[in-house]
Design a protein around this ligand. Structure first.
Ligand code: PGA
Length: 252
């Protein structure tokens, strides 16, 4: 059995003080649900330290939303794996569709970041997903499996076992339009089958695949009980302690 993973992607919301407050309310509301679900909070870089303090001594983990693949260098405006490690992060989100769409992040860069994250001992959450146009053109399989394959290129089996994938159809992110549980499960199952073909049962059976895109307390349980869905990557609904806690509960 795969242990569910529920991560809150706070995107570019919450300065340090409100971030710390939100983290403390989440800790209080999630309570013992963490015993059966891995929970991660991913605030903006400038709030990592504050949230780290709020999470001290709790089983809730801290994650960053992006990073560069080099540990240091002349890369103005970038943050390295070594830097996010100093804030107490143990997870990092890579290749989110907003990074791909607005910051031109490529599959090749996602692969470099993934290797760097693993090298630094971070647990990466790698995002993949098709746009509405690609879905309507019948390209779901080609796009999503292509992204998975490109991201995972050159990784060993032991490295693969340290990552999680997040299937996030771009048309469902922040739109209120969730994939139906059947639509999501169909793609999750495609991903798992392709992992099985390429890497065998060990990796395919163990690798967690989260669903993301307008997950809410009302739809979380039905999504999370699908056979190949192992929790969620939550955006909007992660910004309120009660809705995030209800989503974590739905994964128990
Ligand atoms: P959403 O975002 O839950 O607001 O749709 C999910 C994500 O972008 O990770």
């Amino acid at each position: 059995m795969r242990r569910p993973l529920v991560a809150g992607n706070w995107k570019m919301y919450k300065t340090a003080e409100p971030a710390e407050e939100l983290a403390r309310s989440i800790v209080a509301q999630v309570g013992r649900d963490c015993e059966v679900v891995d929970v991660v909070l991913c605030p903006p870089f400038t709030s990592l330290q504050a949230v780290h303090e709020a999470l001290a001594g709790t089983p809730i983990a801290l994650g960053a939303q992006n990073m560069h693949w080099e540990n240091e260098g002349a890369f103005t405006g970038e943050i390295s794996p070594a830097m996010i490690l100093t804030t107490g992060c143990t997870y990092v989100i890579l290749g989110h569709s907003e990074r791909r769409q607005y910051f031109a992040e490529t599959d090749e860069q996602v692969n470099r970041k993934l290797k760097a994250a693993l090298g630094a001992g971070l647990s990466p959450i790698v995002c993949v997903g098709e746009t509405l146009q690609q879905r309507e053109a019948g390209q779901i399989e080609a796009v999503v499996l292509g992204q998975v394959q490109a991201a995972l290129q050159g990784l060993s089996e032991s490295e693969l076992l340290k990552i999680a994938l997040a299937y996030e159809p771009v048309w469902a992110i922040g739109t209120g339009r969730t994939a139906t549980p059947a639509q999501a499960e169909e793609v999750h199952s495609l991903i798992r089958t392709s992992l099985h073909q390429q890497y065998g049962e060990g990796v395919a059976g163990a690798l967690r695949i989260q669903y993301g895109g307008s997950v809410k307390p009302e739809n979380a349980a039905e999504l999370f009980t699908q056979k190949n869905i192992d929790g969620g990557l939550i955006g909007g609904a992660a910004l309120k302690a009660d809705s995030f806690a209800a989503i974590v509960k739905a994964a128990c």
